[in-house]
Design a protein around this ligand. Structure first.
Ligand code: C6P
Length: 415
């Protein structure tokens, strides 16, 4: 893999050769895959790591004393260390494997929220949130008598931090929960500032890193957050695995989320006691092969380099904003290129996003159309849905040209 060989500038064509999915045509056209924010494609190195694990080292983990069980356990725990290093968490025992970012946030909302929220308390989320970082808080607030408030957006699609102190007048702020990068409009949020403000209020700060960890170098200690959630499938790993990082003292004090096998210390009719971290939060058989795949994906991304990935995506976003802004009747959403990740949302006058996406598909272009699991944001933007193109390390400029050309075809079809 010589994606960045020598220099730190990413060579997306070389990267692309590692991804077998691009070897095919779609409707006879080259595949322009512009939906990486929904889920990323997979490099051969990750796929091979999973196959090798199944072929040579597969057994259940933490239970057996035989060679295969030991290899499998080493694979799982090695992956935990890779996730720790990916986000610069202080201790691998604070990394909890879950199914995805949604489960990670639910874990915090239930295990922390059910025991720490009550009447008079306030959970602050933002208008940019994915439902995964809003609905769990709304649900737990409903159960505990706490309230949820939304930090509004500016007209540029950025969080209006000047509204924070006003919101705090409505209750005891106990949780502030925002995403790091918006999946809908690509805004990169000022997490250090938000976390510092949350701590001044005596609140915890929960960061939804589903759209940042795949694209930016992350340091949870420098960000100053208390919890950080990621999904493996968005960072070139397999589906079915994600991770939650939480501050050790908070995790220690929390009740478990799921109970059953593996997460216990002792079980008697009268009382069950919980295992040590991370096991307390990992009931049942672990996603072992998925963890190995995730570890290989992290190795792959680190080999390319997160600074190179972020720079590449930044250039693509600027290019896409330039190309798309030339299309007549287009509305682009979100902040300027220098303050956004590789995500561009737009609408074409008078053409429903689903129609746009369907006609683009005929030209080999895959984008997402819909509310992107962000209905409060769509409401704020005054639309039911948008089209969204999202980029990753394997995205090449030609795919954005294919998208822009495709939009003219869409307009001809509807003229
Ligand atoms: N966003 C998108 O197309 P899961 O489904 O648990 O892996 O990730 C949930 C999630 C949480 N937060 C953010 C910011 C996200 O973008 C997502 C997933 C996908 O935008 C699927 S809706």
């Amino acid at each position: 893999m010589a994606a960045t060989a020598g220099t730190r500038k990413l060579n997306a064509h070389a990267v692309r050769a590692d991804f077998p999915i691009f070897e095919q045509k779609i409707h006879g056209k080259p595949l322009a895959f512009l939906d990486s924010a929904a889920s990323s494609q997979k490099p051969r190195q990750m796929l091979e790591a999973m196959t090798t694990f199944y072929e040579t080292s597969y057994a259940n983990v933490h239970r057996g004393v035989y060679v295969l069980a030991e290899r499998a356990t080493a694979g799982l725990e090695g992956a935990r260390e890779k996730v720790r290093a990916l986000i610069n968490a202080p201790d691998a025992r604070e990394i909890i494997f879950v199914r995805n970012a949604t489960e990670a946030i639910n874990l915090v909302a239930y295990s922390w929220g059910m025991n720490n929220l009550g009447p008079g308390d306030l959970v602050i989320v933002s208008e940019l949130e994915h439902h995964s970082n809003f609905v769990p808080w709304q649900y737990v607030a409903g159960k505990t008598g706490a309230r949820v408030a939304m930090l509004p957006l500016t007209d540029d699609g950025e969080l209006d931090l000047s509204a924070l102190d006003g919101l705090a007048k409505d209750g005891n702020v106990k949780v502030v929960a925002t995403n790091h990068v918006s999946n809908s409009i690509g805004t990169i949020n000022p997490i250090e500032k938000l976390a510092a403000w949350a701590h001044e209020q005596g609140a915890i700060f929960v960061c939804d890193g589903a759209q940042s960890a795949p694209h930016l170098a992350i340091d949870v200690q420098a960000l100053g957050v208390d919890f950080f959630a990621i999904s493996g499938h968005k960072l070139c790993g397999p589906s079915g695995i994600g991770a939650l990082w939480g501050r050790g003292d908070l995790l220690q004090a929390m009740e478990p989320f799921l109970t059953g096998g593996h997460m216990i210390s002792s079980v008697r009719l009268e009382k069950t006691t919980w295992g040590e971290l991370p096991h307390k939060f990992e009931a049942g058989t672990a996603p072992m092969a998925e963890a190995v795949g995730l570890g290989a994906a992290i190795d792959y991304l680190q080999d390319v380099g997160f600074d190179a990935i972020a720079q590449h995506e930044h250039e693509l976003a600027a290019y896409a904003l330039g190309r798309l802004s030339e299309v007549p009747g287009i509305t682009l959403y979100g902040p300027p290129a220098d303050r956004r990740a590789g995500i561009v949302s737009f609408n074409l006058d008078g053409i429903h996003p689903h129609d746009v996406a369907q006609i683009l598909d005929m030209q080999g272009v895959a984008i997402r159309a819909g509310h992107h699991c962000c209905q409060p944001l769509m409401h704020k933007l005054g639309v039911a849905a948008t089209n969204r193109a999202s980029f990753y390390l394997y995205t090449v400029q030609e795919e954005i040209d294919q998208l822009a050309d495709g939009l003219y075809t869409v307009q001809k079809v509807f003229a």
